[in-house]
Design a protein around this ligand. Structure first.
Ligand code: FUL
Ligand code: CA
Length: 487
């Protein structure tokens, strides 16, 4: 036989073997139709990231600058981007997003397209570049970089016309070519209307549906940084959760129908829960600030979120299939304030104390069904502390159960469930039962799981736990089951 005949024959044999194997149910687990990209999975796995709101507002004590601020107003006395990143990394933030330009239009980098930037400021003799310093610090600490570039610009004379869109694209081009890899670009939906606009001082309205030409604007972003993820109300990669408290819905699907969502005019209830029938995977992002404002105000030094408030945010964001984006605003020195740092450290210490040891590890796992035979999709995969490995129920099922026999009588008050989201999001209803002296009883129940679902309840002491998936859109799968006890 000629070599190509051998090859064709070989291919046919391999195909036949695969067919037989999959007919026995031993084939690879089949993903849902709607799944995340590898970048979206990596983003979701970061869990906790930080926001940095810093600009002229820090010095004028405002939340929204009008656009007529003198660049000299921007004058941090001891800017230390290393401090921002070191603190963020220490408390577990894996990415930081900086407001490179907020609604006031002041650019924190020396943009070639405007006079309204750090280059016009007396700060550092006009030689300063906050974006550059921030990126350099982030690389040192291995923290990913994200940029916020406000579409609304109350300084620019051309705002409202095509000139401004060209300007906006030029600024994106600078940010996405001069500072290395950018993991996320944040497109805000706010458009207030009035502003300085090059001296016109008037109200300007734009058509939210067409003005920013999102298709081309986002296309430019992807052209310059193909792996970056775009955030907006409508995604395409990351979506707003619909409020600024950092709370996701108790039911939270990573899927939505993004088509037709208007940036700045979205239905926040829809964004809050996602859509089980959604055709697009758009990672839900919960953003909130550690203080009442997004920017630093000395008057809010005593209003830094308490530990309880931060924990509530955590349970309602990370605990409900969201990534948590927590804002820490640098002060007029250009550093995180002591009170914010203390709050962050206490928050981290508390999370570490709660989630230090998975009490289900070492348990014996039984399942009511599994995909294929052997260990590849077996129950043991839910207690191996490895997100890549998972249990999957048998082909054709839409429910299933996993029972973990604990090594000893165990007391716990948290359950953490995780789906292998690379295969899609499946579970829409589940309950958790524990076996105590009296038998099995329900300790908690829920709807969606997604990447991570954390449930809290009164302490339970049991020798076995079972997770009963009551409803799923395809054979259910779990990558991890965790039991934890808060000290
Ligand atoms: C909003 C903005 O108007 C706020 O100033 C802040 O940047 C927040 C994250 O988004 O839409
Ligand atoms: Ca696993």
């Amino acid at each position: 036989m000629k070599p190509e005949v051998y090859r064709a024959f070989g291919t046919a044999v391999v195909a036949a073997v695969l067919l037989v194997v999959s007919a026995c149910g031993d084939g690879a687990f089949v993903p849902n139709d709607v799944v995340p990209s590898p970048e979206q999975v990596a983003y979701q796995e970061m869990e906790f990231i930080g926001f940095i709101h810093f600009t002229v507002n820090t010095f004028t004590d405002k939340e929204w600058g009008y656009g007529d601020e003198s660049p000299d107003i921007f004058n941090p006395t001891a800017l230390d981007t290393d401090q921002w990143v070191a603190v963020a990394a220490e408390v577990g933030m894996r990415e930081l997003i900086l407001t490179t330009k907020h609604h006031d239009g002041f650019a924190l980098w020396p943009s070639a397209y405007t006079e309204h930037s750090v280059a016009s400021s007396a700060w550092e003799g006009g030689e300063g570049d906050v974006v550059g310093a921030f990126v350099e610090s982030a690389r040192k600490h291995d923290v990913a970089v994200g940029f916020y570039l406000s579409p609304w610009d109350r300084n620019h004379a051309g705002y409202g016309s095509a000139d401004y869109i060209e300007y906006y694209h030029n600024q994106l081009r600078e940010l996405l070519t001069q500072y290395g890899d950018v993991t996320e670009v944040w497109f805000d939906g706010a458009n207030g209307g009035d502003g300085y606009y090059g001296g016109a001082r008037e109200e300007r309205r734009i058509d939210r549906e067409t003005y920013y030409d999102w298709e081309n604007t986002w296309g430019l972003v992807k052209e310059l940084q193909p792996a970056t993820l775009i955030f907006s109300d409508a995604g395409p990669d990351i979506r707003w959760i619909g409020n600024e408290n950092g709370y996701a819905g108790e039911t939270n699907w990573s899927t939505i129908n993004a088509k037709g969502i208007v940036v700045g005019g979205a239905d926040s209830d829809y964004l809050n829960t996602g859509d089980p029938a959604g055709a697009d995977w758009v990672v839900p992002l919960c953003n909130t600030s550690i203080r009442p404002g997004w920017f630093y105000h000395a008057s809010q030094d005593d209003q830094v979120k308490s530990l309880d408030a931060l924990l509530e945010v955590y349970y309602k964001s990370v605990g409900r299939n969201c990534v948590l984006l927590l804002n820490i605003p640098p002060d007029q020195r250009g550093v995180f304030h002591e009170n914010d740092i203390e709050a962050l450290r206490t928050f981290r210490r508390t999370l570490d104390a709660i989630f230090d040891e998975n009490l289900a590890a070492g348990g014996m796992v039984e399942t009511d069904s599994q995909w294929g035979r052997g260990g590849r999709y077996g129950g043991g995969n839910v207690v191996d502390n490895n997100l890549e490995t998972f249990w999957a129920a048998a082909p054709g099922t839409q429910s299933g159960s996993v029972t973990v026999r604990l090594p000893a009588q165990t007391t716990f008050d948290h359950v953490v469930l995780q789906e292998p989201i690379a295969y899609g999001q499946r579970v829409s209803s589940f309950r958790v039962e524990a076996r105590d002296g009296q038998g099995w009883r329900v300790v908690t129940r829920g709807t969606t799981i997604g990447y991570k679902r954390i449930l809290q309840f009164d302490e339970v002491t049991a020798d076995a736990v079972r997770v009963i998936i009551e409803e799923a859109n395809n054979p259910p799968a779990l990558s991890e089951v965790g039991l934890f006890d808060a000290p």
